[in-house]
Design a binder for this molecule. Structure first.
Ligand SMILES: Nc1ncnc2c1ncn2[C@@H]1O[C@H](COP(=O)(O)OP(=O)(O)OP(=O)(O)O)[C@@H](O)[C@H]1O
Ligand SMILES: [Mg+2]
Length: 244
């Protein structure tokens, strides 16, 4: 059976940079997983996530969704974004509308849904992320954690099968952090997959079922979470990436 999403030997170098950010990154992701993506600063986590919904296009290698290579046309990318949601590391890169409501509505409107359906989805996603009372506020006037939650709501309103979240949980207060993990769990229970790129080893140990470790633009380890922290061979291989 084909994987939900597959990154096959991706190579990517940012324009103007001499160092490749991805050097043969390969990863297979199935439906219904809780994945934590670890790796040191600069390992390539964000770059990999930005390949998942076609924001970045690999110089070599292929991204496949349900076995089909991504198509980098307008139509192709719209199809991908129906299924794959990415929450950026920095919410200021994601939020660009005047108001919170407009921002959360942007994705669902682009899907061509009816106004009623968009309204319904925006209200539901905003409630879920605890920003229902911020809908009429200008996005630029929010706190960092509020912006993160608005960005998450905008992605959830699209109803993704795979949600890739870059760091976003680190700037949240403990209460909101628990809420966000509860949202992730709900998605997984419905059959979606959540990938969280983070330096939070607690999340890796206590929330993830699969731990992926990147190192210098490659996926160094992808294994069941329990094994990564207990198997001596894996521990040795992962080494500095997971040492506290
Ligand atoms: N916009 C950019 N322009 C040029 N180089 C970039 C850009 N973004 C990232 N890079 C480079 O690509 C490599 C991978 O970076 P990436 O942001 O994917 O790492 P990361 O694992 O997400 O790190 P962090 O834990 O700090 O978020 C690094 O060498 C980085 O310097
Ligand atoms: Mg990053």
């Amino acid at each position: 059976m084909s994987a939900l999403i597959e990154f096959d030997n991706l190579h990517y170098t940012f324009p103007g940079s001499r160092m490749p950010a991805l050097r043969g990154a390969t990863l297979r992701i199935e439906a219904g997983q809780r994945i934590v993506l670890l790796g040191r600063n600069g390992a390539g986590k964000s770059t990999l996530l930005l390949h998942a919904n076609g924001i970045l296009r690999p110089a070599a290698g292929q991204v496949r969704l349900n076995g089909k290579p991504l198509e980098y046309t307008r139509r192709g990318l719209l199809m991908v974004r129906r299924q794959v949601g990415v929450v950026f590391q920095n919410p200021d890169d994601q939020l660009f509308s005047a108001s919170v409501r407009q921002d959360i509505s942007f994705g669902p409107l682009n899907l061509g849904l009816s106004i009623d359906e968009v309204r319904h989805r925006v209200a539901a996603a905003a409630d879920l992320c605890g920003v229902g009372d911020l809908l009429d506020r200008p996005t630029h006037a929010l706190s960092g954690g509020q912006k993160t939650r608005v960005a998450l709501a905008g992605v959830l309103a699209m109803g993704p099968d795979i949600l890739l979240v870059d760091e976003a949980t680190s700037g949240l207060d403990p209460w909101m952090r628990r809420q966000v993990f509860a949202i992730f769990n709900r998605l997984v229970e419905r059959g979606a997959t959540v990938v969280l790129a983070t330096h939070d080893l607690d999340a890796a140990q206590h929330w993830a079922d699969t731990v992926v470790v990147m190192h210098e633009g490659r996926v160094a380890v992808a294994a069941p979470a329990a094994k990564v922290f207990t198997d001596p061979d894996l521990r040795a291989q992962v080494g500095p990436e997971i040492e506290r």
